[in-house]
Design a protein around this ligand. Structure first.
Ligand code: UD1
Ligand code: UDP
Length: 395
């Protein structure tokens, strides 16, 4: 565990942010930047390293340097490995740095273990992206349980939407400090889109990098990694992609998640197939570029469901349930399950029916205005130290 010089100053709110995976880094980058820029806050970043390459890609892109790196990732890690490694490591950081608030994001095991470490140390927990629910503990697994557990321990609940706030109220959490902030993923997306629009040299580099794609064919962008789809689910997803590739009028680009449970079936079933391009996980700028070029996105990702409506890109979600009903309500996002027949039928309809495509491919933004990070930092700063200790006692 590395340690930087402690620059804490008297009277400043001490906020320890903990992240561990790619989506946490993308969605917390705007918050981390806003905290660093805030004069009333002493901010420190701990990464658990639950992910390595996929996390470092994001930190490099946003030029974020962690203060503590627990480096817990190992190949084939179990949930117990992640939980115990993060719980032990974050507990030590809390002991050493003595934060007033520990800020976590979303539903990963890093976030759950970091919140638990804070809870055990009687430190206030702030939860960004609180209140999303499928109401099914098995889907997403273990994320639904992680998010509920964090919400139960957190005093600051930053709900991205009114619907998420209503979920918290329904669980008798209204006594906590709940604010509706929008989702910080919209902040990250807007920053990245702006970079792409203004940086012509970078766009040219990306155009060259993907010059192997036939522009006369429509691009289907794919991601997938959910634990509940390992095995039969991934076999079905790959069979569907093979079928779609055989149409001849599409190009499939699939940045394959580094989890061996994903790599194995994907490379076995799709490796070497014409029109299927299996690539390494992309840095976020590259992925946003690909989303902008895509005709259609097939994914089981939470974050992509939130980004695609802003970009007016239809999404077929390869899951049976989603904790993001706002995305479904836009009409641009639809659930098809990890089911080969439904994936092929859903994609075929959008590829072959121009009127259907035009009716759904409309920009919508139910997840925020790009200013969520500012609201989160303002809420953390505006509450007084007395509020913090009251919140801590109220837990
Ligand atoms: C984790 C989160 C999930 C989140 C996803 C985002 C949990 C339980 N799961 O799932 O909620 O949606 O991240 O992608 O918190 N690996 C690497 N290099 C990397 C990243 C992963 O090699 O940079 C490989 C390792 O072999 C690792 C495996 O992927 O053991 C699984 O990583 P893990 O974080 O356990 O699970 P994810 O499926 O990535
Ligand atoms: N993403 C990325 N590179 C990729 C694939 C996805 O930067 O190769 C981004 C995507 O835009 C979204 C986030 O990663 O913001 C989603 O991460 P992931 O699907 O791993 O996790 P989830 O959102 O399901 O928790």
């Amino acid at each position: 565990m590395s340690r930087v010089v402690d620059t804490a100053k008297e009277g400043k709110r001490r906020i320890l942010t903990v992240i561990g995976t790619r989506p946490e880094a993308i969605k917390m980058a705007p918050v981390i930047k806003a905290l660093k820029a805030c004069a009333e806050v002493e901010s420190t970043l701990c990464i658990t390293g639950q992910h390595r390459a996929m996390l470092d890609q994001v930190l490099d892109l946003f030029e974020i340097k962690p203060d503590f790196d627990l480096a817990i990732m190992k190949s084939g890690q179990t949930l117990v490995d992640i939980t115990t490694g993060a719980l032990t490591g974050v507990s030590r950081v809390i002991e050493q740095w003595q934060p007033d608030v520990v800020l976590v994001h979303g539903d990963t095991t890093t976030a759950m273990a970091a919140a638990m470490a804070a809870f055990y140390a009687h430190v206030v927990v702030g939860h960004v992206e609180a209140g999303l629910r499928t109401n099914d503990l098995e889907r997403p697994w273990p994320e639904e349980m992680n998010r509920r557990t964090i919400d139960g321990m957190a005093q600051y609940l930053f709900a991205p939407t009114e619907g998420a706030k209503a979920n918290l109220a329904a669980e008798n959490l209204s006594g906590r400090a709940i604010s509706v902030t929008g989702n910080t993923v919209v902040d990250a997306l807007k920053i990245t889109e702006a970079r792409l629009k203004t940086d012509a040299a970078r766009r040219d580099t990306l155009d060259r990098q993907f010059s192997f794609l036939d522009r006369s064919k429509r691009l289907i962008l794919v991601t997938g990694h959910r634990r509940e789809s390992f095995g039969a689910g991934f076999e079905a997803i790959c069979q569907a992609l093979a079928k779609l590739a055989s149409r001849g009028d599409v190009e499939i680009v699939y940045p394959v998640h580094l989890n061996p449970n994903v790599q194995e079936p994907v490379r076995r079933i799709l490796g070497g197939k014409a029109s299927v391009h299996l690539i390494e996980p992309c840095d976020y700028l590259t992925f946003v570029y690909l989303m902008m070029r895509a005709y259609l996105i097939l994914t089981d990702s939470g974050g992509v469901q939130e980004e695609a409506p802003s970009l007016a890109k239809p999404v077929l979600v390869m899951r049976d349930v989603t904790e993001r009903p706002e995305a479904l309500a836009t009409g641009i996002v639809r659930l098809v399950g990890a089911d080969d027949m439904r994936i092929v039928a859903g994609a075929t309809a959008l590829l072959d029916d121009a009127a259907l495509y035009a009716s759904v491919a409309r920009a919508a933004n139910p997840f925020g205005d790009g200013h969520a990070a500012e609201r989160i930092v303002a809420a953390l700063v505006q509450s007084s130290c007395a509020d913090i200790s009251r919140l801590s006692r109220a837990r």
